[in-house]
Design a protein around this ligand. Structure first.
Ligand code: SF4
Length: 303
């Protein structure tokens, strides 16, 4: 697809909206299970799961979760240890606790009507993005939703930057709001999300297949690289997140472990930090201890 010269980095919003809409009707992931519901709790479950985990991994787990806990009240009544166990394999275990806390808040709102973005923002662990996503995807509120994928598309197409990291968050949100259509904001946000996930991917975007190619400010500028971004990510196995995940995984399998047993299950380089990891997990509400034994939260106490 050819590109035309631009004199400004400000892409014409109306044209982008129109092109995006046409593309989404044909190529959007309309049958993802969480897109077939408007249930606030179910959409919240999907959003929390999708925060750090791929769609393919989330899909079966989302179904299993809703089968086990079909309502916010059902999840709210569960022990945290069971919720953390069920989360196994999804990573970033604190999300399980956030979801549990949010379900308790949601259950307590029951009967007060569908929660709006301001209500959702009061739920534990629900940040600005999640509140906006749930308000839009479940409640069809007209609100900009800016996750990493959407931020990247907007940064590129509208602002001529390689990624959302190069744009102050407020500017990114302003650009997303300027792009919002007067109606069908839900489809619009889902379209941006799908384009970011399927076409305008972080590395090697498929510009030749992109409906926005003729309007894209970043493509028109010759795709300048994000010079400031240098991959400094350490190997995952050397991180505290890896070690903490290993501990929580082990506690999913057994009721409790001593600190010495925890130390033994960690790779050599992490053993010296075993006590610190346990204390950190305790501070995050994921584990608790009694009589020198450590278990998942709720193992020794009522959830
Ligand atoms: S033309 Fe390329 S960089 Fe621009 S929005 Fe499309 S895929 Fe992304």
């Amino acid at each position: 697809m050819s590109t035309r010269k631009r004199t400004t980095t400000e892409a014409p919003a109306a044209r982008i909206r129109e092109l995006l809409d046409g593309w989404y009707r044909e190529h959007g992931r309309h049958t993802l299970p969480w897109r077939l519901t408007r249930d606030t709790y179910a959409v919240l479950v999907s959003e929390v799961m999708l925060q750090q985990t791929q769609v393919e991994r989330v899909t079966p787990r989302y179904a299993r979760w809703l089968e086990r806990w079909p309502t916010a009240a059902a999840l709210a009544a569960e022990s945290p240890s069971e919720v953390i166990r069920e989360w196994g394999g999804l990573g970033y275990n604190r999300r399980a606790l956030h979801l549990h806390g949010a379900a308790r808040g949601l259950a307590s709102m029951n009967g007060a009507g569908r929660p709006g973005i301001a209500d959702l923002r009061t739920l534990p662990g629900v940040g600005a993005y999640t509140a906006a996503a749930v308000a839009c995807f479940a409640g069809e509120e007209r609100v900009a939703v800016v996750d990493t994928n959407i931020g990247r598309v907007i940064a590129r197409a509208m602002l001529g930057k390689a990624s959302g990291r190069q744009v102050p968050p407020r500017n990114l949100t302003n650009a997303a709001e300027a792009l919002l259509p007067a109606a069908r904001a839900r489809d619009h946000n889902l379209a941006l999300m799908d384009l970011g996930a399927m076409v305008c991917v972080a590395r090697s975007p498929a510009c030749e297949a992109c409906p926005l190619a003729r309007e894209c400010a970043w493509l028109a500028a010759g795709k300048p690289a994000d010079e400031a971004w240098i991959a400094t990510t350490p190997p995952f196995e050397t991180t505290a997140r890896f070690a903490r995940g290993r501990i929580v995984d082990a506690l999913r399998e057994v009721r409790a472990l001593s600190e010495a047993e925890v130390r033994a299950l960690l790779p050599a380089g992490h053993r010296v930090s075993a006590a610190g990891y346990l204390q950190g997990l305790e501070r995050d509400g994921l584990v608790e201890h009694r009589d020198g034994r450590w278990g998942l939260a709720g193992t020794f106490t009522a959830g």
